[in-house]
Design a protein around this ligand. Structure first.
Ligand code: ASP
Ligand code: MG
Length: 446
């Protein structure tokens, strides 16, 4: 028995790509053993192997036209259960005491919303008992259990949420999110060659980046860690160099921390909406009832007693909108509904963006210079986002990234501040050549 001391606890989460094959699982087991030299107690949340969840969803689609609800969670939870038992077997095989637990076994209580459950609390009794017995505890990510013993899942990418909830419940000194990239970048490195690793950012910035399309961390995980004041370290599974630290207590600095982009959106325009009180309420209430995520809403001033309402949603929700369209037309709420899938969203994200004069103008100017037309604009305190043509997206991301971060990376991940970078253009170009080389090396090393 070793008494549980939170100062000696390390909570880690490994994503699906980190445990994609038995080989990967053996590597993760070795990594856990290496980490255990420093941390006395380890709790590890794990996602389903590779594309398992996608495959299970596809299989469900072959037997059901609307695979949702309880049975879907029963099915999807299996992916994580497989991964944790294999990892625990690999650890035991290396002589390390380990135990795998499903969410039900370790007491991750959620509400009853199947497919997108929220964690109510995590019971720590079993976890602490196993840690005190000297075991590495491997917990199935993404799963939950309701008060009625029903299995739930937390929504796609929910493994991060489990990791954060475990770290919060156990008051861990850090929550490590171990993944297949080195950390959070200033833009998608697959699109922008000069994208840089951001060494640290605030919880708020991480939430906003994640919510507006950066794939590396689930926004709800950052929310939980912010609430419980647990620092997050997003880092690579494949080496031990530091990645991105996300924590509180940072100086408020008006700066662009990253550029996000999202191709999986649809723009929906409701034409000839009757201009009378309560109709917008009806429309958005019915969208919510159908679980349609609505992100950006624009209503133009009414002409001839008719409104035009535009909103952005995920592109996989279009079928539900088509169903609603028919109902709205029947009730004469709208004249017509246009769905545009050839669109994408680009955003600049950071602290005090909207209230800092000039940042939006710089973004729009960068887009104009490469001939990108802006379709819709929306701003919040922490971001400015634009809907543009889908084919323009990569060009747009490169142009906006160059505007705020230059193309050079002389100082790794220096933030783009409200003042223009001092480096002259030719100097930036020269350094860019170096970065490109480094990026290429890093990529091929993976
Ligand atoms: N396996 C789940 C998914 O693919 C959860 C996760 O990966 O975090 O969405
Ligand atoms: Mg996954």
């Amino acid at each position: 028995m070793s008494r549980f001391e939170r100062a000696h606890l390390l909570v880690q989460k490994y994503g699906g790509s980190s445990v994609a094959t038995p080989d990967h699982i053996r590597n993760v087991a070795d990594r856990i053993i290496a980490c255990r030299q420093e941390a006395r107690h380890m709790v590890v949340a794990v996602s389903a192997m590779g594309k398992t969840t996608d495959q299970l969803i596809a299989m469900a689609g072959q037997v059901s036209s609307r695979p949702t609800g309880r049975e879907m969670d029963q099915l999807l939870a299996c992916g994580e259960t497989i991964a944790v038992s294999l990892l625990s077997l690999a650890l035991q095989d290396r002589g390390v005491p380990a135990i795998s637990l499903t969410a039900a076994q370790c007491g991750i209580r959620t509400d009853g919303s199947f497919n997108r459950a929220r964690i109510a609390n995590v019971e720590t009794g079993r976890l602490v008992h196993e840690l005190e017995s000297g075991r590495v505890v491997i917990v199935a990510g993404f799963q939950g259990i309701t008060g009625n013993h029903e299995i739930t899942t937390l929504g796609r990418g929910g493994g991060d949420i489990t990791g954060a909830a475990l770290a919060a419940a156990l008051q861990a000194p850090v929550c490590e999110i171990c993944t297949d990239v080195d950390g959070v970048y200033t833009a998608d490195p697959n699109v922008v060659e000069g994208a840089r690793l951001v060494p640290e950012m605030s919880y708020e910035e991480a939430i906003e980046l994640a919510a507006s399309g950066a794939k590396v961390l689930h926004p709800r995980a950052a929310e939980i860690c912010m609430q419980y004041d647990v620092p997050i370290h997003v880092r690579s599974t494949f080496h031990r160099r530091p990645g991105t630290w996300i924590r509180g207590g940072m100086m408020e600095n008006a700066a662009v921390v990253g550029i996000t982009s999202d191709k999986k959106i649809a723009k929906v325009t409701l034409l000839e909406v009757r201009d009378e009180p309560g109709l917008a309420a009806v429309i958005f209430r019915e969208l919510a009832r159908e679980d349609v995520n609505v992100r950006l809403i624009i209503q133009a001033a009414a002409t001839h007693d008719r409104n035009r309402i535009t909103f952005v949603t995920d592109n996989d929700q279009v079928d539900r909108i088509r169903e609603l369209e028919a109902a709205w037309k029947r009730r004469r709420i709208v004249g017509d509904v246009q769905v545009d899938l050839d669109v994408a969203k680009i955003a600049i994200v950071g602290s005090r963006i909207a209230s800092t004069p000039g940042l939006a103008a710089r973004m729009f100017t960068a887009l104009a210079k490469v001939g990108v037309n802006i379709d819709c604009i929306s701003t919040s305190e922490m971001k400015v986002s634009c809907v543009i043509g889908r084919d323009d997206l990569d060009k747009a991301v490169r142009a906006v990234h160059a505007e705020f971060f230059g193309t050079a990376s002389t100082s790794r991940a220096s933030r783009s501040t409200t003042t223009r970078p001092a480096t002259s253009r030719p100097a930036r170009k020269k350094a860019a050549a170096k970065t490109t080389g480094a990026t290429a090396r890093r990529r091929s090393a993976r």
